[in-house]
Design a protein around this ligand. Structure first.
Ligand SMILES: [Zn+2]
Length: 357
């Protein structure tokens, strides 16, 4: 009996140790990962489920059209998949439960194949095949899609359809646009006729694949977040005018990185965001017109992944810029509570600000 006692004590200590699984939390966390003007937005629900929206750039320069302005070799070491992995580790994730690709341009879908070599991806969500003529709009799009389709074949595939939802525990994820089509019916809480509508849509800068972007509205209690990918042109306008179809959103990841085709005041009026995030690079996205639109919108704070050096840019205050130049790759992290309050944090300097509607 004496000899058995130490073993029993060890067993009791092991039984009392906390489980290895991620501890329960009560916030919805969103990481806006710096992929130098692409998109990679990691959502972690209170129950620990993960939704990654886009994957940044690929390593292979041949897949990156000159239009994206990426420096040759800039992402040759799998830069963006590694940055996504760092955020996933920070969140305690071992896998990506859902990967949503908004569309197939290199700055959004390019990192998918390499990411799948770093982290298991379970379910793939997208708008279907690339829009007809996508390669004429942006060369390389079809090859990126084919690489992605090969990894998608190893998991579960869901087609995003406006009005339908992803099944997340405790968080509503509703698709608002996909494949050129938007919601037919307004979501609950959508507003009266929008007074900020002009005569029609601002033309999309890229008219083929961007307007096919999957858009998603997340809701956790009273908190709402809107991510529209690079939606632009007629579908973007249709979500805001003549009546807003989405209702309020506390945080808006500005469509198309804050390009000039997302500067129209109608969407800002329709969703009345408290925080607008620009997933821009020093010279990509965050066009002066859009930065000015955000600055002039009452009650709205802009947060940027990069200081824009495009001439004429009125940047947000330095404390709300995640990266002042290309020497850092800090993310912006949002932690939202069920009562609708949320904290935005700049990982470069630790500055944070709390918001509540
Ligand atoms: Zn883009």
């Amino acid at each position: 009996m004496k000899r058995l006692l130490p073993l029993m004590v060890t067993a009791l200590v092991l039984a009392a140790a906390p489980p290895l699984a991620q501890a329960a939390k009560n916030t919805l966390d969103i990481y806006f990962i710096d992929v130098e003007g692409g998109q990679a937005t990691l959502v972690v629900t209170p129950s620990g489920e993960s939704l990654l929206i886009d994957t940044g750039f690929p390593s292979d320069d041949a897949l990156i059209a000159p239009a994206f302005g990426a420096k040759p070799g800039a992402s040759s070491d799998g830069r963006d998949p590694k940055r996504i992995l760092a955020a996933a580790r920070d969140a305690g994730l071992k896998q990506i439960d859902y990967l949503l690709l908004t569309h197939y341009h290199a700055d959004h879908a390019g990192g998918a194949v390499e990411l799948s070599q770093l982290l298991p991806i379970r379910t793939f969500v997208d708008h279907g095949a690339p829009a007809a003529g996508a390669d004429e709009g942006v060369p390389g799009t079809q090859r990126i899609y084919e690489g992605y389709a090969a990894i998608r074949a190893k998991g579960t595939h869901l087609l995003a359809k406006p009005g339908e939802r992803l099944k997340l525990k405790g968080v509503e994820a509703t698709f608002v646009s996909s494949d050129g089509v938007v919601l037919k019916k307004a979501l609950a809480g959508a507003g009266p006729p929008n007074g900020a509508c002009g005569a029609g849509a601002v033309p999309a800068q890229e008219k083929i694949e961007n307007p096919h972007s999957v858009g998603v509205r997340l809701r956790y209690g009273a908190f709402r977040f809107l991510d529209l990918g690079d939606l632009s042109g007629d579908p973007l306008f249709a979500l805001a005018c003549p009546n807003g179809l989405i209702g309020p959103a506390d945080v808006y990841l500005i469509a198309h990185h804050g390009g000039a085709d997302a500067a129209d005041p109608s969407m800002f009026e329709a969703i009345k965001p408290l925080v607008a995030v620009f997933n821009n690079g020093p010279r990509k996205g965050a066009q002066p017109r859009t930065l000015t639109q955000v600055k002039q919108t009452t009650g709205l704070d802009g947060w940027q992944l990069h200081r824009s050096i495009i001439p004429g840019s009125e940047n947000a205050a330095d404390e709300r810029l995640a990266n002042l130049d290309e020497s850092t790759s800090a993310w912006i992290k949002i932690s939202a509570s069920e009562d609708g309050s949320f904290i935005v944090m700049n990982a470069r300097n630790g500055y944070s600000k709390r918001y509540k509607r």
